[in-house]
Design a protein around this ligand. Structure first.
Ligand code: FE
Ligand code: MN
Length: 361
C-alpha cells in the first residue's frame, strides 16, 4: 500500500513496497548499499540495544584519581619490582593493542558490514577503543613513565610483538572492495571477527585484566584498577557484539560453516592461548605476592573455553573450573550495581534523558 500526502498543491507518494524491500535487504554482508543511514526499521535489534548499553557506560579517564597510584609508584617500599613490571607490561601491551582493535573495526569490519545499525554500534565500539587508548596515555603521564619506554615495550618485548602479529595477520589481507560473495572471502571476514572478538579481546586481554585487578584487590594501583574495571566492562560488550555479529554472519551465510573452517578456528584459539601463556610468563617471571603464572595460565584455558562455547564450538578443557572465582564476580558487573560510582552514573543519567523509550521504536 502506498501512502499519499497532499500538502498544499503538492502530492507526495511513499512507496511502502520499497521500504519493505529495504528492510529485507538488510544483511550483515552483501546487503543493500545505501548512503542513507536507514536505521529504521531495525532488523538487528540486539545491535541497537547494545549501542545504548555501551553509551550508558561512558567514562572518561581524567575522572579517575591517580594520586595514590603515583605515591605507590614513587615509593621504595610499597611495591616490588615485579608489581611495577606487571604495570609496565600492561601499559606496554594495551597501548598498542587498543589501537589495533580500533583500527580493525574502522578499516575492516565497519567497512564490510552493510546494515546501518551494525555500523552504528561498531562506530561506538571504535570510539571506546579510543577511550581505552587515551586511558593508557593518562596512566603513563600520571605516573611520569617515559613514553619512549612504552614504545620500546611493544617494539622489543617478543611476547607482545607476537600477540600483535597474530591478530594483524587476519586483518591486513581484508580490503574494502573484497568480493564477499565468495565463500573463501566470507570465511576470512568470519575469521577476523572471531580472532578479534573471541581470541584477542575475549582471551588475550584477560591475563593482564586478572593481574591488574588482583593487584587492585590488594589496594595496589587503585586508579589503574578502576580504569581496568571500566575497560573490562566495555570489553564484555565488545565480545558480545562480535559474538552476535559472528553468529548472524554464519546464520545468513551457512556456506562459511564447514568442518575445515571450524578446525581453523580451534587452531587459531589454541595459538592465541599459547601466545597468551608465554606473555603471562613474561609478566610474572617470579611468583609475586599471591600471583602465580600457572594459575593465570589455567585461567586463560578456562576463559578460552567460554569463548569457544559462546559461538557454538566445543570446549577444549571439559570440566575445568575457574581458578579465580573472585574475578568472575568482578567481570560479571551486573551483580555489582554499586561498583561503578561517580561520573559514570552521571553520564548514565544524562544519556537516559535523551533516550527514546523502547515502546516508541
Ligand atoms: Fe579496548
Ligand atoms: Mn575492545
Amino acid at each position: 500500500m502506498d501512502k499519499t500526502y497532499k500538502i498544499g498543491d503538492k502530492t507526495f507518494v511513499l512507496d511502502e513496497e520499497k521500504a519493505v524491500r529495504a528492510y529485507q535487504e538488510k544483511m550483515v554482508i552483501n546487503g543493500r548499499q545505501s548512503e542513507a543511514f536507514n536505521l529504521l526499521p531495525l532488523k538487528y535489534q540486539w545491535a541497537y540495544d547494545l549501542y545504548r548499553k555501551m553509551k550508558a557506560n561512558h567514562w572518561e579517564p581524567e575522572d579517575v584519581p591517580m594520586q595514590k597510584d603515583l605515591e605507590q609508584w614513587k615509593s621504595e617500599s610499597d611495591l616490588s619490582d615485579n608489581e611495577r613490571w606487571i604495570i609496565m607490561m600492561g601499559i606496554g601491551y594495551f597501548s598498542a593493542a587498543e589501537g589495533i582493535v580500533g583500527d580493525n573495526i574502522q578499516h575492516v569490519v565497519r567497512e564490510l558490514v552493510t546494515a546501518p545499525e551494525l555500523k552504528l554500534v561498531l562506530g561506538r565500539h571504535a570510539h571506546e577503543e579510543n577511550i581505552h587508548a587515551d586511558s593508557l596515555l593518562y596512566m603513563i603521564s600520571s605516573l611520569g613513565i617515559n613514553p619512549h619506554e612504552c614504545e620500546a615495550m611493544f617494539e622489543q618485548i617478543d611476547t607482545i610483538l607476537r600477540k600483535n602479529e597474530f591478530v594483524c595477520r587476519v586483518s591486513k589481507s581484508l580490503r574494502r572492495d573484497m568480493d564477499l560473495t565468495q565463500t573463501v572471502n566470507k570465511q576470512e571476514l568470519a575469521k577476523n571477527i572471531f580472532v578479534f572478538g573471541q581470541c584477542m579481546e575475549g582471551t588475550q586481554f584477560y591475563g593482564l585484566f586478572g593481574m591488574v585487578l588482583s593487584l587492585a584487590r590488594q589496594n595496589k594501583f587503585p586508579g589503574i584498577g578502576q580504569m581496568f574495571r571500566y575497560t573490562l566492562r566495555d570489553e564484555s560488550n565488545h565480545i558480545e557484539l562480535f559474538r552476535n555479529l559472528f553468529r548472524v554472519l554464519i546464520e545468513e551465510n551457512p556456506d562459511i560453516w564447514t568442518a575445515d573452517f571450524k578446525q581453523e578456528l580451534y587452531d587459531l584459539m589454541k595459538e592465541a592461548v599459547e601466545l597468551e601463556k608465554e606473555f603471562i610468563r613474561d609478566c610474572l617471571p617470579v611468583n609475586a605476592v599471591g600471583l602465580s603464572a600457572d594459575e593465570f595460565c589455567s585461567y586463560i584455558d578456562y576463559i578460552s573455553d567460554r569463548r569457544l562455547n559462546g559461538i557454538g564450538l566445543d570446549v577444549l578443557h571439559p570440566g575445568l573450573e575457574n581458578p579465580f572465582p573472585w574475578l568472575a564476580e568482578t567481570i560479571d558487573v551486573k551483580k555489582e550495581q554499586n561498583f561503578f560510582e561517580g561520573r559514570v552514573t552521571e553520564y548514565q543519567k544524562s544519556s537516559s534523558l535523551a533516550e527514546v523509550s523502547d515502546d516508541e521504536l
